[in-house]
Design a protein around this ligand. Structure first.
Ligand code: HEM
Length: 302
C-alpha cells in the first residue's frame, strides 16, 4: 500500500495545487507549533490510559519532538514516497506498541480542530480560505488513512497467516457461536416472560392477602428489578449480535439486582438479619467489581 501513494493521493483528490497551498501555509502555522503541542498532550492525556504508552518523561519528550516534526511535515509541501514511508512507520510503531486505533482517531480530531481554527483566524476573508481548508482536510485524511492502515494490515496478516484448516475451523466456530447467541437471546426473552409471570404472581399474593402489604410491595419491587435486569440483558445480547463486545457489566448488574431482591424480602424478617448483612457484603463486592469493569471499559470517563 505504501508504494501506491499516488493512488492514495488521487483517491483523496489531493492535487499539486493542494501541495502548494499547504507549503504556503507553513509560515502561518509553524509559529503555533508549541501551542499545538501543549494542547495535543493535554487532549490525549484525557484518554485515561495514555500514561501506559507515554510511560516517562523521556518517551514524552521524544514523542513531542517527533510530533513537532510531523506537524512541520504536514506543511512541508513535499508528499513523496519518503513522506508516506515515514507515515507508514509511525503507524507500524503504534501497532507494535498496542496503541488503540481509537486513540489515534481521537487525537486527529484535536489536530483537525486546532489547525482549521488557526487557518480561519489567519485567513478569514481571504479569497483562498476554502481552498486552504480543503487542502488541510485532504492531507489530514490521507495521514489518518495511512496511520490506521497498519492496524488493518495487522488484522489482515493475522488472518492470512492462518492455515486453511484454521480458517475453516474459525469460520465454523463463528457460525456456531452466532447460533448459540440467537439461542441465548431466545432464552433471555423467555426469562423476561418468566419475570413478568413472577411480577404477576407477586401482585396476586399481595392482592389476595397471602403476603402482608409491606412484604408484598417489596417483593413486587424485587421482581420488577429482575425484569429490568432481564430486559437489559436482552438489550446487551442484541448489541452482541450486532458485533458488540461481551458485556460482563450487565451480568454483574443482574447478580446485584437478584441480591437486592433477596435483601428486600429478608429485610422484613428480624431472624434473617445475618443473611441481610451477608447479602449486603456481596452486593458491595459486586458493586466494586462493577466499578472496576466500568473503569476498564470507559477509561475516558474520569
Ligand atoms: C495525531 C496522532 C499521532 C501522531 C501523528 C503520532 C506520531 C508519532 C510519531 C511520529 C512517532 C515516532 C515514530 C518513529 O519513531 O519513527 C510516534 C511514536 C509513538 N507514539 Fe505517537 N502519534 C500520535 C498519537 C499518539 C497517541 C495518542 C499516543 C498515546 C496515547 C502515542 C504514543 C506513541 C508512543 C508511545 C510512541 C513511541 C515513542 C518512543 O518510544 O519513541 N501516539 N508517534
Amino acid at each position: 500500500m505504501q508504494n501506491d501513494y499516488p493512488a492514495l493521493k488521487a483517491h483523496y483528490r489531493f492535487t499539486k495545487d493542494d501541495e502548494a497551498l499547504l507549503a504556503r501555509l507553513k509560515p502561518e502555522l509553524e509559529p503555533f507549533a508549541d501551542e499545538f503541542l501543549d494542547g495535543f498532550y493535554e487532549f490525549i492525556w484525557g484518554f485515561g490510559a495514555t500514561a501506559d504508552f507515554l510511560k516517562d518523561q523521556d518517551v514524552i519528550a521524544r514523542h513531542r519532538g517527533k510530533i513537532r516534526e510531523w506537524y512541520g511535515d504536514l506543511f512541508g509541501g513535499v508528499y513523496d514516497i519518503s513522506y508516506f514511508l515515514k507515515l507508514y512507520k509511525i503507524g507500524e510503531i503504534h501497532v507494535k506498541l498496542g496503541l488503540p486505533t481509537h486513540y489515534v482517531n481521537a487525537a486527529f480530531n484535536y489536530v483537525r480542530v486546532f489547525i482549521l481554527g488557526r487557518i480561519y483566524k489567519q485567513s478569514a476573508g481571504s479569497g483562498d480560505l476554502t481552498a486552504k481548508l480543503k487542502a488541510v482536510e485532504r492531507i489530514l485524511d490521507i495521514n489518518l488513512d495511512v496511520l490506521t492502515s497498519s492496524y488493518r494490515e495487522e488484522e489482515m496478516s493475522r488472518f492470512l497467516s492462518l492455515s486453511r484448516i484454521e480458517k475453516t475451523l474459525l469460520a465454523g466456530l463463528k457460525k456456531t457461536s452466532s447460533y448459540f447467541n440467537y439461542l441465548l437471546a431466545c432464552a433471555l426473552v423467555m426469562v423476561a416472560f418468566f419475570a413478568i409471570g413472577l411480577f404477576g404472581y407477586d401482585v396476586y399474593l399481595l392482592l389476595s392477602g397471602k403476603n402482608p402489604v409491606e412484604q408484598g410491595i417489596l417483593t413486587i419491587l424485587g421482581s420488577l428489578l429482575i425484569l429490568w435486569a432481564a430486559i437489559e440483558l436482552i438489550h446487551q445480547e442484541m448489541n452482541h449480535l450486532r458485533g458488540g463486545s461481551f458485556a460482563l457489566e450487565v451480568f454483574i448488574t443482574l447478580a446485584i439486582a437478584a441480591l437486592i431482591r433477596k435483601i428486600l424480602i429478608f429485610s422484613l424478617s428480624p431472624a434473617k438479619t445475618l443473611d441481610v448483612v451477608l447479602y449486603g457484603v456481596l452486593v458491595l463486592c459486586l458493586g466494586v467489581s462493577y466499578w472496576l469493569v466500568m473503569q476498564r471499559i470507559n477509561p475516558l470517563k474520569k
